[in-house]
Design a protein around this ligand. Sequence first.
Ligand code: FES
Ligand SMILES: [Fe+2]
Length: 342
Amino acid sequence: MTYSFDQLQNDWHPIAIESTLLINVLTPITLLGQSLVLWRDEQQQFHLWLDQCPHRGMKLSLGIIENNRLICPYHGWQFNATGKCSFIPALPHLLDANLKAQVKKFQVQVKYGLVWACLGDPASDLFLFPEFDITKRRIVFCGPYDIHTSGPRIIENFLDMAHFPFVHEGTLGDKNHMDIPDYLVEEFSDEIYGHVVRATQCFSWQPQSSKKSDQAELIEYAYRVVHPFSAILNKKNNDSKSNPGGLDDAISLHLQPIEPTTTRAWIIMALRDFEHSDQELREFQDFIFLQDKSILENQIPKLLPLQPETEVSVVSDRLSIAYRKYLRTNNLQYGVMNSSII
Ligand code: FES
Ligand SMILES: [Fe+2]
């Protein structure tokens, strides 16, 4: 089954960590080039509006919320929670029926602890992330990280193991163990994981695979691409080998496309580490991700080339090759380069 992701207007995109959003605070957001304002009302409902007053284009995110109404800072027009103008201070006697102005609104939903937005008509449900709901896991959010490159370059890096000894030496990689044993890549579909491109039996020798790790060990990874801009990996270490039955750590990466070559990354981790604080776990992930950021912002072109002949691939890149094929098959047009002419 293929589905056209095209310009991503009809997909869900992460825009915030739900627990960080305070009531009646206006948060400016940029998604797919659109300036938006997000706010949570006293009934805990989220509102995502165009950040542009219908009167004279003022940024509504610079206004305030009072009595469940957003008040524009320029001429004080008031907009109720439906986005309809309900009061104009310069014409206080105008009846509601004569107030026509309406702010453009967009759909939001809360899932996996993030707020997700859709700028068009949602074409499908969000992907499945069953690890989020397993009780023996600890959920930790990391980021957001702003990266000056396209989303597909970031996902491809997340799926890549061959860079570990060079970019993450001493944690995820070791220059005495640089070879990548063959691994399995396939399209996979079931009720638990949905339709994904996945890689299994991926092995990497890691000096320190996680904050909890206290010895170098051979770590088994499984990756799955659940959307062009979302991927999830599982890591098995000694704990999970002695506890079979799906108790692997999960690290999931979700990208908010700001512009074709500017991206905000959100990470949700579902871990079995109950010893370290959220901050310690976040710092470990920040350390790794910032190493990746310095690579990602220095690759050219920033748009991921989808023509097979544009960059040289080898057999250990087979997950990256499968990801590019998945993007081509699903007609992704955003953050990629389809032409072989650069
Ligand atoms: S621009 Fe918003 S009230 Fe005039
Ligand atoms: Fe990396």
